[in-house]
Design a protein around this ligand. Sequence first.
Ligand SMILES: Cc1cc2nc3c(=O)[nH]c(=O)nc-3n(C[C@H](O)[C@H](O)[C@H](O)COP(=O)(O)O)c2cc1C
Length: 140
Amino acid sequence: MYQIVYRSIATQDFSDSDLKKLLVRSRMRNKEAGVTGMLVFHDGTFLQMLEGEKRAVIDIFTRIEKDPRHRGVAVLHRGSGPDERVFGDWAMGYADFTGVAAILKGFVRFNKQLKLADLDSAGAVELLTACGHDQALKQA
Ligand SMILES: Cc1cc2nc3c(=O)[nH]c(=O)nc-3n(C[C@H](O)[C@H](O)[C@H](O)COP(=O)(O)O)c2cc1C
């Protein structure tokens, strides 16, 4: 599976309904393209993993990169990941930090002040992959 992980900074306040709209649209587009993944949003910072066929992932990422609703898009990881999808059939999973902190107790214990902005690429991949392995996070 080809994967891209990036981090970015929101350029606007995202209400729950703004996020919901973004997710509905994203899931529809991703489903068509056979792309799956996970979006984490906390404190104005986005962290997202996209996975799928290389061309499809790059096409979607190229669109996301130009979106004026965020800036400073920084790619933390790109390339082939595991053969199997991490996110199964999630067109785009979603978690705010509260959910992630709750499921990743071990992870958070080592990083009391964990900030998405401070994660290095290995940490980002680890966090997102752990989300993919947590059944409780099935997309709402
Ligand atoms: C943080 C963030 C994550 C996004 N994730 C996706 C995504 O996974 N898939 C997608 O198609 N669009 C995603 N988008 C939206 C795209 O940037 C773009 O607005 C959308 O694909 C355009 O679709 P449309 O031309 O059908 O309106 C995301 C946008 C932001 C700001």
